[in-house]
Design a protein around this ligand. Sequence first.
Ligand SMILES: Cc1cc2nc3c(=O)[nH]c(=O)nc-3n(C[C@H](O)[C@H](O)[C@H](O)COP(=O)(O)OP(=O)(O)OC[C@H]3O[C@@H](n4cnc5c(N)ncnc54)[C@H](O)[C@@H]3O)c2cc1C
Length: 275
Amino acid sequence: MKTLKKQQYDVAVIGGGLAGLTAAIYVAKAGKSVVLIEKAKRLGGFAQTTNQKGALFNFGPHAMYEGGGALEILKDLQCVPKGGYASKGGMVGIFQGRMIHMPTDLTSDEMKEWGQVMSGLSQIDTDSLRSVSIQEWVKNNIVHDRVRLFFLAMCRQWSYSDNPNAISAGYILKQGQLAGFGVRYVEAGWQKVVDELHKLTEQLGVTFVTGKKTKQIVTENGNVSGILLSDDQKIETTSVITAIGPHDVYKLVKEAEQTSIKNGKKNPIHSTQLV
Ligand SMILES: Cc1cc2nc3c(=O)[nH]c(=O)nc-3n(C[C@H](O)[C@H](O)[C@H](O)COP(=O)(O)OP(=O)(O)OC[C@H]3O[C@@H](n4cnc5c(N)ncnc54)[C@H](O)[C@@H]3O)c2cc1C
């Protein structure tokens, strides 16, 4: 990994997860000098794969939706990883301490409703449901308890979140629609994608600082003038791309209360959803 070669860059990217790496590539491709700051010693953020005695474990993402943004970007960057598709043979859940196999253990009424919900998914106008929670949507649109639970399990898988009262139905159902085009599971884990993106950033001359946290985005008269690292080193730049959570961004900007960044104050939800 490169170390800081100079103190001034056109753009600083904060966060070396998949979003930060991708942003750095596009900015460098546009001919700008870029420095990327990652507080951890390694790149990738949530996209980590560890090798335990030859078995690969993904910490975060390992699946990409055909038709989703992540795959589109990786295609554009010619970094599409090899992958496979899971069989859609059925589902298994635990309900009141008992294993329920889907579809065989559902009643014919439950099966009928499940079929209706799933086949109607692609027709839903998801934009109109942005401010409705998925919990509310399920309550109003699904009658049978066990069908609701199976559907909420699908929602957890589509959103990587288990907070149905806080997550927008519009967002999750859109994810469900995308899942209908197929979900590609990345061969050998997402570390492979991180490594490919990292290679590309190196070719494009991006400078990396790892193992140091950005502790402040410095502003003067409302304009960005640089970033301050955990060891008090200042990097001068007039443009910053944050690829971290909104709450973390809020903490980095002193004047946040006077800007729209204040919206991130109470928003610990993760920065990006790639699929
Ligand atoms: C269990 C689980 C499973 C998931 N499965 C999938 C999946 O199958 N497919 C999919 O597409 N998505 C999946 N996701 C979502 C996916 O993990 C995220 O959308 C994606 O990894 C986020 O990437 P990112 O770059 O936005 O953020 P991150 O990966 O969080 O990267 C942010 C980086 O910023 C660094 N950072 C933070 N603050 C600072 C600072 N002040 N200074 C410097 N560096 C800083 C962090 O160390 C981190 O490396 C899953 C998530 C979870 C939790």
